[in-house]
Design a protein around this ligand. Sequence first.
Ligand SMILES: [Zn+2]
Length: 324
Amino acid sequence: MQDWERELFARELDGFVPPRVFDSHAHLYRRVFFRNAAPALVEEGPEAGLETYLRNAADLLPGRRISGLFFGYPHEELDLPANNAFVASEARRDPLSRAQMLVTPGMDAGEIHETVRRQGFVGLKCYHVYASEKPTFQAAIPSYLPEEQVRVAHEAGLTITLHMVRPRAMADPSNQEVLRTWAARYPNARFILAHAARGFNPHHTVEGIGALRGLRNIWCDTSAVTDGGAFEAIVRALGADRLLYGSDFPVSQMRGRCVAIGDSFLWLSAENTRFEAAYADLRPALIGLESLRVLKLACFHLRLKDTEIENIFYCNAAVLFSLE
Ligand SMILES: [Zn+2]
């Protein structure tokens, strides 16, 4: 963090973030696991093991005891078995941290069961870039998370971190239908809907999250959401015990914001935006900070008790992952 960001944290967030934090959405990787090309983010910080993560997390959340749920950074060029083994061994170094296995739709049930057992994964992480349906941003959930893999999660009691796509995400009837059906059919599979049910445009989550009301095996993480409204909608529809703090490290370390624009959203960063204004010294802050500010506002609007806020940052995950 830069000095002015430290001051912002001290002023706005130090009194809000509880002492114990479980980060339910963080990526670990090494540059060498990406074959020909790696995402720009990875090029900036080529080694992201547990130590790098904890150093960055301590910079964002000074003085907190931090552990997390880790998984690879999904990418077409990633060597999945190598990255999965790395994430598993990094997570094993901390008794309060856990790892998820990055899966592609082509993996069969036996392979997943065996890898989960051998490496001690507590869940699965799927991603649309591996869908056969193109363009993958339009993909229906089963094309990047086959039902057979949900059955594996049910049999082994695994979580599944799911970053939904399709333009309207949670407001899309086909996404709602698949989730409702599978959550009921596979009660031991525990879904974690990433990015506030991909509420980068909060109105999509506000519109659609009610479709999941009453399903007790669905949670949402807060990762990289920097526009207001989605967290409140989740707590109202599913309960404060269903929201999990997440940073989306290393995305948390970039500067900018994702904002709703019309019926979609846009990531604003120095690459696509001139942060200049006559009235101010305009400087984008870390996405990790912006997301915490939005979470603080949501807790304020919902009049959550301190214990409920502590649950969002730690205890909800502690129950989900049997941390102690
Ligand atoms: Zn992520």
